[in-house]
Design a protein around this ligand. Structure first.
Ligand code: AVI
Length: 316
């Protein structure tokens, strides 16, 4: 991720026209089918991130809410159904007696479900607001709705790992420009760990991740007007590489037959690998460096060998 404002179609075209290391934008992985498959991934035995995050949020909920200044508005990026954030939000509600929340998501049905989940959790419906849309536009709207307040921006799920480091730094800078200095970012992300554990999490025995990655490629090609057949898809081999230099898991599709899209000047050679997704795994130093380069410092952190959670505040 981190391709700026180019349209998805242009991003796919440019990524596949490359000579060296062709790639597609991983944002394409989440169409309806992709979102369903991702939901299934979170239930896989090998896919530890989802369960570990939930566990860590429960374990540290009280300390996390103590690190959020009183009377802040908590703003969640990509809130989904608020299944995870409700852990922290209900802790804020019990500690402070009030929890003001804005969920941002592109899906209106998720926003509705999130609202009823939070009401069920005991959050006052008058304190819940929802903004339908993309993150940055949503954040600008939230700042206009709450011009003078501290915004605690929650970004759960290690989605930062699907950005390049430059993309992540730019993303934090964009948050800063959208909302100004009265903000914190509560960021959760996966830690660098044992190769075998990482490999298994992205190369599950049931093959769900493979379907998820292949679906992303199908979506990318459809943007170029190409309808993928089942026979073509069978010839893509799913490969996972744990890259210990860049500290990330790389998910590729290897084309065992060449593919030519002459109208778009695309030629994928037989045996060539296309990078579909990366999932960055961080060390403590990686987090500190990313935060500092984006103009933030880490105020509090909860980290162990599995999972990292940190509260970032702007330098000025
Ligand atoms: C959404 N994101 C944090 C997931 C991850 O672990 O990087 C996406 C994913 N890709 C394959 N499995 C899960």
């Amino acid at each position: 991720m981190g391709h700026g404002s180019k349209s998805p179609q242009v991003q796919v075209m440019e990524g596949l026209q490359r000579g060296l290391q062709k790639e597609i934008p991983c944002s394409l992985l989440y169409d309806d089918r992709g979102s369903e498959l991702y939901e299934k991934i979170t239930e896989l035995e090998e896919y530890y991130p989802f369960r570990v995050e939930e566990y860590r949020l429960k374990e540290h909920a009280r300390e996390i809410c103590e690190a959020i200044p009183e009377d802040s508005v908590i703003v969640e990026l990509g809130c989904g159904t608020a299944r995870k954030s409700r852990i922290v939000l209900s802790a804020v509600q019990s500690l402070r007696g009030r929890c003001r929340y804005v969920g941002i998501d592109v899906s209106s049905s998720f926003l509705q479900e999130a609202r009823s989940n939070l009401v069920e959790e005991g959050i006052d419906p008058e304190c819940i607001e929802m903004v339908e849309g993309e993150y940055m536009q949503g954040l600008k709207e939230v700042r206009a709705m709450h011009p003078d307040e501290n915004l605690c921006i929650m970004w759960l799920g290690s989605s930062v790992g699907n950005f390049t480091d430059e993309g992540a730094i730019q993303f934090f800078r964009d948050i800063h420009s959208a909302v100004g200095t009265r903000c914190q970012i509560f960021l959760c992300a996966d830690m660098w760990k044992d190769n075998a554990k990482l490999y298994a999490a992205y190369h599950d025995k049931k093959g769900v991740t493979e379907l998820f990655i292949k679906n992303g490629m199908r979506v990318a090609l459809s943007l170029l007007g190409h309808t993928t057949t089942a026979a073509e898809e069978e010839k893509w081999i799913y490969e996972v590489v744990v890259n210990d230099v860049l500290r990330r898991v790389e998910m590729y599709l290897k084309f065992t037959e060449e593919m030519v899209l002459p109208d778009h000047n695309i030629h994928i050679m037989r045996g060539e690998r296309v990078l579909v997704e990366v999932s960055r795994k961080f060390t403590c130093d990686d987090f500190n460096r990313l935060a500092n380069e984006a103009g933030f410092h880490i105020d509090v952190a909860w980290r162990d060998s599995m999972w990292g959670m940190q509260m970032l505040i702007p330098f000025r």
